[in-house]
Design a protein around this ligand. Sequence first.
Ligand SMILES: *[C@@H]1O[C@H](CO)[C@@H](O)[C@H](O)[C@H]1NC(C)=O
Ligand SMILES: *[C@@H]1O[C@H](CO)[C@@H](O)[C@H](O)[C@H]1NC(C)=O
Ligand SMILES: *[C@@H]1O[C@H](CO)[C@@H](O)[C@H](O)[C@H]1NC(C)=O
Length: 160
Amino acid sequence: MSLPSLLVLASVLVPSWTHLCLISPPQRGSMMGINTAGAPDCILLKSPCGGREERGTAISLMPHERFVVTFQKNLDHFNKTNPGYFSVSLMDPERPGAQPMELLKMNDSSDPALTLYSANVTMPAMPGHKVMQARYVTNNPQAPPAFYQCADIHIEPRFS
Ligand SMILES: *[C@@H]1O[C@H](CO)[C@@H](O)[C@H](O)[C@H]1NC(C)=O
Ligand SMILES: *[C@@H]1O[C@H](CO)[C@@H](O)[C@H](O)[C@H]1NC(C)=O
Ligand SMILES: *[C@@H]1O[C@H](CO)[C@@H](O)[C@H](O)[C@H]1NC(C)=O
């Protein structure tokens, strides 16, 4: 098969799924092509972190610090009869079985692909390495149940 027909086939087979990218704090892995709807780095389906391993650098935050989380709806598949939601939680890598601590929950809406959302969250007084998990739960039988992204953060007091 020629390259052009393969490309056409690929674009026909790509379903219009909801996609999620976590921009700040920076998601694990890369953010290639996130200005395009349907970017491969925004379609991670595996809980809890889309199969992405910890990256070398964690951002440092203080206990009780407010932080603006920014994420992107990379591709829209809003179901208005059964809206999904976005959720941002903290997980402790040393307690993998523990319930993640939810910091933010926001309903999905008809906002188009590539919409950016920013919201304040407050860090708990839980020092150490934490994993910030963003989820896009679709509640949509015609899409995967959820998309995942994670970022590594380190919560520690700062003395000056
Ligand atoms: C929306 O969700 C309902 C209930 O889960 C489902 O029956 C319906 O097919 C969905 N609609 C679309 C457009 O995906
Ligand atoms: C979010 O959606 C849920 C369920 O669809 C609804 O009960 C709730 O009122 C919504 N919250 C906001 C802030 O719109
Ligand atoms: C976050 O909180 C700060 C301080 O209250 C406020 O100035 C800013 O507008 C908030 N940002 C968002 C995205 O809500």
